[in-house]
Design a protein. Sequence first.
Length: 298
Amino acid sequence: MTAKQKKVIKRNLIGYSFILPNFIGYFLFIFVPVVFSFVLSVMKWNGSSNTPMEFVGFENFIRLMSDSTFKMAVGHTFYYAIFTVPLTVAAALLIAVLLNSKIKGIVVYRTAFFFPYIASLVAVGAVWNMLFMKDVGPINEFLRAIGISNPPGWVASVKWAMPAIIIVSVWKYMGYYMIVYLAALQGISKELYEAASLDGATGWKKLKYITIPMLKPTTFFVVIMLTIQCFKVFDLIYIMTGGGPGRATQVMVNHIYDAAFTNFEFGYASASAIVLFAIVLVITLVQFRGEKKFTEWM
């Protein structure tokens, strides 16, 4: 082995040593649990070391297909995603466009919109629950003040609990995607806007024919990330409603949590998790395959 080859190997080993801790963490806390979930999905086990695992084949998956609670959780998850994704994208884009200008105190405004994303989720859920209180909540007090005599029950209502969670989700996460859009907006050449101004284009036409088309790749990325995030939602719902009232806001991850840590059916919970994984995978693949049509539509 030549001195040059030894030097290359040494340099490579140093580089791998820096990323080794991340690989170890990924292997132990992500790869191993995922593989174990696939194994558990064909087993019956209550999580106790005193109870042996029992192989049941596809029994857990067959049970899922006839479980009305699981089907309802899937429906709620799609309902949440269908409304949360476009509303968050629209809000993030609108705010980013408004804040992509040189106005006094712009840093303060950007910080204010981004702050909800880094705020404690427990605090966010608790505060919004108080805002949504039916009788003394500020939101319903405002609605009564403008003439709505019978405002919604929000998180205490089967009909309005999910819309309330969607509102909070949009408010919390639009700040993060606003930053993503801001970074993309600052990469658009100002000469395009100057040329459009010379041609007499208004602000709306600049937005429609320059800004939105130039942001197609960013919008596609945001839609993908938001879709995956929506199908994994758990913590906000768990804090605000716990999946209630009744089961009005129970989504797939809530169903998995209840099956595993309330009913101690780890095999059944793992089968539910595999189905969730498959749904997210299929949706993501469809979105990637439809990227060209998506950008053309935008």
